[in-house]
Ligand binder design. Sequence first.
Ligand code: PLP
Length: 371
Amino acid sequence: MTGLANRLINRPILASIRTSAFRHNLNRVRELVPESKIWAVIKAKAYGHGLEGALQGLESTDGFALLDIEDALWLRAQQWQGRILLLEGLFHENEIPVARELHLDLVVHCEAQIQWLETNALAGKPLNIFLKLNSGMNRLGFTPKAYRNAFHRLHAAGYHLHHMTHFANADQIDRQPTVGQQMECLQKTIEGLEASSSLGNSAAILWHRNAVGEWARPGIMLYGASPTGLHADIAHAHLEPVMQLRSEIIDVQELKKGDRVGYGGRYEAPEDMRIGVVACGYADGYPRHAKDGTPVWVESENGLGVTCPIVGQVSMDMLTIDLRAAPATGVGTVVELWGAVISVDDVAQMSGTIGYELLCALAPRVPVSIE
Ligand SMILES: *Cc1c(COP(=O)(O)O)cnc(C)c1O
């Protein structure tokens, strides 16, 4: 194992973004919903992966969906000529000129946005609007009662309309509102209003393929993680993890039975043992709440490697692992925090959260390499 040194001039921590995994996962989405066009959701800097790798890996998507006009500007500056959807639409009226200039598609979810678009309705190529129905999630969108009127007003102002809603529980069967209830609400509300629709997120694509619409909106599955937070739930989908977060052991401590490790002395050595200190902590985005036993993959010379659990509290820049299963390790040994072997969902589960949060929280100080 050569270590990470040839790619770094600094601390040995690196997030590698595999563009081939992006391509694979996008192809899987297309196989699952072959009739739908794809909005590849790249909000939150592509769920922490960075826009650059996402653009390289997902360039065959039909469009990108995101929140920030700045990110849309960046995509256009990279010569991305496909569609771009602002998932929360405009935040202020003064964004309309730049939205037009960049040819953005807009979600419209509230009365203020309609008023801005009515005031600024211009002749020329009409903007595409994805009008958002609140079909039961009660986050963004028009109530069923207000929806038809909103549709007619924007239509009258010359915009090109699509229906849109978002599911609260596409990853659960026993929670309300169910996908079925939200679909029923949608169908009743849009009856007779001719337009294509954008409905399904990753969970709907995986488990409710009849509730996706003409424009699917996959996010987390493009990154190879699970909408439920449980890796086993997506095993059947054969997705590949895109981000691999690696670091190195930077020190080894020889503990005697009864010695304690780290802040708070949370872990007590049950016998004499070696502890590896890894250059990754919560300031890199690793969850501070990771429990003892959270898996870390320790690579080895023969390429086999072994799982070594976290022992002791994760600190700002370091974490500590039990090296009893990896006797031939030392300073410079490479470890994987998540990626090819350790699922980010498994780390998240041991920390009381979901993979989405860990991926998005990758800290800016971690260098990213696109591979
Ligand atoms: C984030 C988001 C998605 C993608 O959700 P995933 O669960 O990551 O697939 C889809 N639609 C909207 C409106 C979103 O905000």
